[in-house]
Design a protein around this ligand. Structure first.
Ligand SMILES: [Zn+2]
Ligand SMILES: [Zn+2]
Length: 361
C-alpha cells in the first residue's frame, strides 16, 4: 500500500468493496460516522473535526444577530461580497494554491502569515491539505475523500468522515505528512504528540491562533462599522464555511459526466469549469485538474481569477518571489480546437484499450 492509500482515516464503511467498486454509504451510515467522529468524549483525537464544525456553530449567533437586529441592504451587500468573493478567493489563494499545491513562494514568513490571516479563519489547514493530495491522486475513484459519485452528503460531510489523517500512521508515514505541511508554517506535533492527539497540529496552537484571528477581525470590523458590521461579516464567514462544503460535489459534475467541449479539456476525471465558483474564487476546476500546480486557473479571457490577481499583485510588490503559471502551456495545447479533438480521441482510445487515460499531473 502506498502512502496515499493509507494517509487518511478510513471510514467504517470503507472506501471500496472487494471488487474495487466505490462503497456508497447510506444516509444513516454517513450521519452515524459523522457523529461518532465528532464525539470528542469517546476519543480526544476527534478534536480537530470538532474545532472545524465548532467554528461554524459559533457563527450562528452572529448570523442571527445580523438578520434580526442589524439587517440593512448595504450590510447584506457586504455579507454577500465577504462570503462569496473574499472568503472564497482566500480559500483558493491560501488553502488550495499555496498550502496544497505550492503554486507560488512567499518572500518571507511575514507575507505568509499576512496571507494566511487575510480573512476570518474557518477551515483547519491540515484537514484541507493532506486530503486534497489524495483527491488529486484518486479523483472520482474509491479513496477520493469527496468522490462525487458517493452523493451530496458523502462530499458535504467529507471534512469529518473522509478528510482527517489516519490515526495509525507509523513514524515514517507521519514524517511524510509533515513534509506535505512544512511550507504552511504550522508547527507540527512530534510523533508522540501525533499519537496522542491524532493530528498534525497541537490543539493548543490551533486554539490560540483561532482566538487571535477572530479577535483581530472582530476588532477591525467593529472599528469600521460597530457590532453591526462585525456580526454581519462573521455571519457571512459562517455561511461561506457551510456553502464551500458543497463545492467538491458540484465541481465534479455531481458524479455525472457534465464536461462540455471547448470548455473542459481535462477528461481524466469529471471535474468541470463552472462560472460561479470560477468568478467568485478563481476555481476553474477542470483547468485546475489540468495544471494543479499553476498559480493561475483562469486561462480563457472570460475566466477571471481573483486569486491569481492577488498572487500576481503580491509578486509585483515583491512579497511573492516566484510562481507557476500554466497559461502559455494551456494556450499552446488547447487554443487550437483540433487539439481538443485529439485529446478526446486519446481518451476514448485509452478507455477502449481498457486503460486509464493518462493523468496530467
Ligand atoms: Zn477536483
Ligand atoms: Zn487542487
Amino acid at each position: 500500500m502506498s502512502f496515499i492509500d493509507v494517509v487518511l482515516r478510513v471510514p467504517s464503511y470503507g472506501w471500496q468493496d472487494h471488487e474495487g467498486n466505490l462503497v456508497k454509504p447510506s444516509v444513516k451510515q454517513l450521519f452515524s460516522e459523522f457523529f461518532q467522529r465528532l464525539n470528542v468524549f469517546r476519543d480526544k483525537r476527534n478534536w480537530l473535526t470538532v474545532l472545524s464544525w465548532g467554528k461554524v456553530v459559533c457563527m450562528v449567533p452572529f448570523l442571527l444577530l445580523f438578520i434580526s437586529k442589524f439587517f440593512t441592504v448595504p450590510l447584506l451587500i457586504a455579507a454577500f461580497i465577504y462570503s462569496m468573493f473574499v472568503m472564497g478567493t482566500h480559500g483558493t489563494i491560501w488553502h488550495h494554491r499555496y498550502c496544497t499545491h505550492g503554486a507560488y513562494k512567499f518572500r518571507n514568513h511575514f507575507w505568509r502569515f499576512f496571507t494566511q490571516n487575510l480573512t476570518i479563519s474557518m477551515i483547519p489547514e491540515e484537514i484541507y491539505v493532506v486530503s486534497h493530495h489524495v483527491h488529486h491522486a484518486k479523483s472520482d475513484r474509491p479513496g477520493d475523500p469527496y468522490n462525487a459519485e458517493g452523493g451530496f452528503l458523502y462530499c458535504f460531510l467529507a471534512d469529518v468522515n473522509h478528510q482527517p489523517i489516519s490515526l495509525s500512521l507509523d513514524e515514517a508515514q507521519y514524517s511524510r505528512v509533515k513534509s506535505l505541511m512544512k511550507h504552511t508554517g504550522l508547527v507540527p506535533n512530534t510523533f508522540q504528540q501525533y499519537k496522542s492527539w491524532g493530528s498534525y497540529q497541537h490543539p493548543r496552537r490551533a486554539l490560540v491562533s483561532w482566538v487571535l484571528n477572530w479577535s483581530f477581525w472582530y476588532l477591525i470590523f467593529f472599528l469600521l462599522g460597530g457590532h453591526a458590521l462585525s456580526c454581519t461579516l462573521f455571519g457571512a464567514a459562517g455561511f461561506w464555511a457551510v456553502g464551500v462544503r458543497t463545492f467538491n460535489y458540484e465541481g465534479h459534475g455531481k458524479g455525472e459526466d457534465k464536461q462540455r467541449p471547448g470548455i473542459d479539456f481535462n477528461h481524466a476525471d469529471r471535474s468541470i469549469n463552472q462560472l460561479w465558483p470560477g468568478i467568485v474564487a478563481g476555481e476553474w476546476h477542470n483547468n485546475h485538474h489540468l495544471f494543479p500546480k499553476s498559480a493561475r486557473s483562469g486561462f480563457k479571457p472570460y475566466q477571471i481569477d481573483f486569486a491569481w490577481y492577488y498572487i500576481k499583485f503580491l509578486h509585483i510588490l515583491g512579497a511573492v518571489t516566484s510562481y507557476n503559471d500554466a497559461k502559455k502551456m494551456f494556450d499552446t495545447r488547447y487554443s487550437n480546437p483540433k487539439n481538443e479533438v485529439y485529446e478526446n480521441a486519446a481518451t476514448v482510445a485509452a478507455v477502449r484499450l481498457n486503460a486509464k487515460p493518462a493523468k496530467n499531473h
